[in-house]
Design a binder for this molecule. Sequence first.
Ligand code: CAO
Length: 431
Amino acid sequence: MSNLKEVRVPDLGNVSGAAIIEIPIKVGESIQAEQALITLESDKASMDIPAPFAGKVKEIKVKVGDKVSKGDFIVLLEVGADAAAVEEKPAPKTETTAPKVLQETAKPTETATATVNTDDTAISSAEDDQGDDVHAGPGVRRLAREFGLDLNQIKGTGQKGRVVKEDLQNFVKSRLSQTGQSSGTGSGLPSAPQIDFSQFGETENKPLSRIKKLSAQYLHRNWLLVPHVTQFNDADITELEAFRKAQAAFAAKQNVKLTPLVFIMKAVVTALKAFPAFNSSLSADGEQLILKKYFHIGIAVDTPEGLVVPVIRDVDKKSLLELAKELAEVSNKARLKQLSSADMQGSSFTISSLGGIGGTAFTPIVNLPDVAILGVSKAQFKPQYQDGEFIPRLMLPLCLSYDHRVIDGAEGARFIVFLADCLSDIRRWLL
Ligand code: CAO
């Protein structure tokens, strides 16, 4: 059940023929009691005419530029059964026939910024406090005050450059979108723009796996927290590879496959013993280095669900064959999604080997709380200059990323050179 009610200009004191400078409502819009219907401007001041009750705007009888006086019909409102009148009014009669048009004159309300008052002297200029030189109606000024906006910063698009409600809305929208671009993550970091890619062609949304979502969080955190440096070097593994191949049959008899990775793990442990800072973590307060006396190596494993990093413990105490066996078991477990979180904790250094796939180099992300990670790419024969001639040698690309807060560049270079030497001559491990 609804009633149609006419809203008329209230008594404006000694003001008549005030110009309408703004109509902040639209036909079809639902409005609240006391919401500004029109803004008037007289010689002395500007003022809002508030809605005497809530309702839906059926018709607007005036337009910007019209001059109105007391009693002029400005808006037709449809008032529902639940419409809240500002003042106590008799309950609307129950209608059984077509809605009846009632008349209502807007009345000043205490909360309507006191801009309309029947007292001659009280048609206050709401062009008060901030933005005094700016043309804006009382409702707009009130809104600006509520949102803490400086009207001087807002370009008015109304008559004579007047700031209207839409200008405030557009200003706030543009500020919010700028905020989104510059500090969308809440940490002063820019956030990625939201783009509707379907405008460029066909697309399909595929949810990320749980593992991908988790690793994304860790990788992003580590990327942001650790000042990374990546140092590259090639290790000559010609002899190591000859030895590995020679042992292949022996390993196979024990159901083990010896890949270069287990040799790299052993060489890394030798290097970690020589450079203990690489086998450490930085304390949370950044004041101390926690040196680890154990050698637990995290191994990045590629699975269909995403990257996981199980930890092989006590690498220093295990033989190459034991390591190869454990590596096979652990990577199998990873691909079957059977790793527990304990299986992935406690590393003191990490290795990410892409050697079985290819590529020449990459920059791995330090796996916090480790301070360094070794990336391994595919070994390839490359010409090496020896004794006045180029000879083919199997060169293994090593990529060492480290936390520059803990490790200096010179130390990083010494570590990777030492490691390459260990791989070039595995007898070094015995020393
Ligand atoms: N250079 C040349 N060949 C290499 C090599 C290298 N550095 N490393 C491995 N290979 C060879 C192996 O000898 C093996 O050859 P054969 O099949 O002829 O014997 C082949 O490549 C495949 O090795 P593999 O990858 O199965 O075994 P692995 O022990 O080297 O690695 C594992 C095991 C689990 C680390 C690996 O399977 C894997 O998942 N790697 C991806 C890690 C990853 O995703 N890292 C990126 C992290 S950042 O996003």
